[in-house]
Design a protein around this ligand. Structure first.
Ligand code: FMN
Length: 180
């Protein structure tokens, strides 16, 4: 708990990267860690600050409807959202993810962050494995593939992990918590 604020970190994670960031955050903030899959809006009402983290799937934040669909009940809270994707951290990516996921009327109230996660093909669900096999065919067909596409192709055989506790610094600082 920070300055007597009741904080909860809620997360949805398909292959573990968001869960790692969410766990680190809850440890740093000494607060509750809730799996989004089994969390209902009624569970969130007792907190002052809700931090929601979700992996990015086709630019959508996994499980973010928990916040978006219940915004009327939650808008009196401090709301922080972080998306975790495999893409490098670039301003254009961050803006696109924010604009696609967070309706305009919520943007002034929801603090948004993008954190780089990773990619681990072996940990994907069967459906996501199929989707990523289709993506692999597309990547292989690309004539002028850039460094991102080449890196993506390599990651099918060699998992990538860009998670780093230091990436949480802006979120922690926004809550008045310094991070060494
Ligand atoms: C089907 C599929 C779609 C994905 N779409 C995106 C995407 O749009 N942008 C991105 O940066 N990463 C994308 N990724 C990569 C994941 O966001 C990345 O692996 C992330 O770290 C997953 O976090 P999680 O394990 O917590 O779910 C995608 C992965 C899969 C399997």
């Amino acid at each position: 708990m920070l300055a007597n604020k009741k904080i909860a970190v809620v997360y949805r994670s398909g292959s573990g990267f968001t869960k790692e960031y969410a766990t680190w955050l809850s440890q740093e903030l000494h607060c509750e860690l809730l799996p989004g899959k089994t969390t209902k809006v009624s569970d969130l009402l007792k907190y002052d600050t809700i931090i929601y983290g979700g992996g990015l799937y086709a630019i959508g934040i996994n499980g973010f409807d928990l916040i978006k669909k219940n915004y009327e009940q939650l808008k009196c809270k401090e709301l922080i959202v972080f998306a975790v994707g495999a893409s490098p951290v670039r301003e254009a990516t961050i803006q696109a993810v924010r604009d696609v996921n967070i309706p305009e009327e919520m943007r002034s109230h929801i603090q948004f962050y993008y954190l780089r996660g990773g990619f681990n093909y072996k940990k994907l669900s069967p459906l996501n494995k199929v989707l990523m096999q289709i993506k692999k065919i597309q990547l292989k067909k690309m004539k002028n593939s850039d460094a991102d596409a080449k890196g993506m192709l390599e990651s099918y055989d060699h998992p990538l992990d860009f998670t780093n506790k230091k990436n949480l610094r802006p979120i922690l600082e926004s809550l008045g918590q310094s991070y060494e």
